[in-house]
Design a protein around this ligand. Structure first.
Ligand code: NAD
Ligand code: DAU
Length: 351
């Protein structure tokens, strides 16, 4: 094997798309998927590649330093792509410490393990950290986040991601490890856990449940199809410049309420429902505290330096995503049984 690439969080939404892409595209890379399988991790996401000769899975928590060391020793890990995280803003408002443990302490554990394992020659190894545009805070009606926008995180989630980004930077400056960070906008697509806006609303439309739009619905997000994010991660991992940061975005801003109406229209067509049927489910509910008004990424650096741009239009991506959820009802039933019901009730009852 030319490289032994440890991908953390590979059983989650974005991680599973990255694992699949790299396993299929690079038979000479061994892909080690390390994941604790929290509520968000699901090996069903990877059923199609789990028998591949260049793929292994390790059920490991990044808070367990001994177990991390064992994984590095066993597989002689040469590089890391770090996606494991607590990723949902609403959960971070309820339980900030969970985000401190996994996103900050877990990242530092991983950095320490990599530093100790690679200390003979850091130039042969890369620690690639996957982060979010939320570290930059909130935009007004105009402007974009660039790689030099100052950090101004507003939620416990984004504060924990910002902190992990800073630790990656500090390990580069202090120990001279080779690191890259990328900060991406909102992803959507197959395997998205139905706590986030798009999959939650698809699930509710299927079951004719209320669609809880926070606040005035005028909040704006920049949406990117998850497979295009996976392609960007592949490109950055193989061709990105160590020490650099890259912003990744969809050039695709939508106000939440407009996106929800589009989703309703597309789903009514696909489900054979009359026009306007699902829009009646829209219910305005209490706003998210500290809700960032607008995110928008300027992705010109990765475009100009590495030639990346999204390959899928929003109409195509959203249509494929809905089709995937309608075709994978068993997946949806599995992830929305048990603990999900408890989560849903605690988050949305009397909101
Ligand atoms: P996700 O919640 O779907 O998946 C997270 C994965 O990490 C799960 O498989 C979970 O089991 C695993 N995990 C959680 N805690 C762990 C721990 N302590 N040890 C080991 N594994 C653990 O998240 P996602 O949406 O796929 O996001 C992946 C990464 O990308 C995160 O770092 C997130 O901050 C970042 N990101 C996400 C988006 C987005 O729109 N979803 C956008 C930009 C950046
Ligand atoms: O920008 C990147 C980030 O995008 C990632 O770092 C996060 O991991 C990811 O969860 C996502 O964060 P958001 O908070 O933007 O995503 P979410 O899907 O939770 O919400 C999108 C918008 O929809 C936001 O303005 C809040 C709103 N919303 C969300 C939910 C779950 C609602 O109006 N109702 C809802 O029920």
């Amino acid at each position: 094997m030319s490289r032994n690439v440890l991908i953390t969080g590979g059983a989650g939404f974005i991680g599973s798309h990255v694992v699949r892409l790299l396993v299929n595209k690079y038979p000479d890379h061994r892909i080690i998927n390390l994941d604790a399988l929290t509520y968000a991790g699901n090996l069903e996401n990877l059923a199609d590649i789990e028998q591949a000769p260049n793929y292994v899975f390790s059920k490991t928590n990044i808070l367990d330093t001994e177990a991390l060391k064992q994984v590095f020793d066993t597989y002689q890990v040469s590089d890391v792509i770090h996606l494991a995280a607590e990723s949902h803003v609403d959960r971070s408002i309820v339980s900030p410490l969970d985000f401190v443990y996994t996103n900050i302490i877990g990242t530092v554990n991983l950095l320490n393990t990599a530093r100790d394992h690679w200390k003979a020659d850091y130039s042969k190894h890369l620690f690639y950290h996957i982060s979010t545009d939320e570290v930059y805070g909130s935009l007004g009606d105009s402007g974009f986040f660039t790689e030099t926008t100052p950090y101004a995180p507003n939620s416990p989630y984004s504060a924990s991601k910002a902190s992990s980004d800073h630790f990656v930077r500090a390990y580069r400056e202090t120990y001279h490890m080779q690191t890259i960070v990328s900060n991406c906008s909102n992803n959507y697509g197959p395997n998205h856990f139905p706590e986030k806006l798009i999959p939650l609303f698809i699930n509710n439309i299927i079951h004719e449940k209320p669609l809880p739009v926070y606040g005035d619905g005028q909040y704006t997000r920049d949406w990117l199809y998850v497979k295009d994010h996976a392609l960007a991660i592949d490109l950055i991992f193989h061709q990105g410049k160590p020490g650099e940061t890259y912003n990744i975005g969809g050039f695709n801003e939508w106000k939440n309420i407009d996106l929800v109406k589009l989703l309703c229209r597309l789903m009514d067509e696909k489900l054979g429902r009359s026009a306007g049927y699902s829009e009646k489910l829209i219910t305005y509910v209490k706003d998210r505290p500290g809700h960032d008004r607008r995110y928008a990424i300027d992705a010109s650096k990765i475009n100009q330096e590495l030639g990346w741009k999204p390959t899928v239009t929003f109409e195509q991506g959203l249509s494929e995503t809905i089709d995937w959820f309608l075709a994978n009802t068993t997946w949806l039933e599995h992830v929305t049984s048990g603990a999900y019901q408890h989560y849903y009730q605690s988050m949305y009852t009397n909101r």
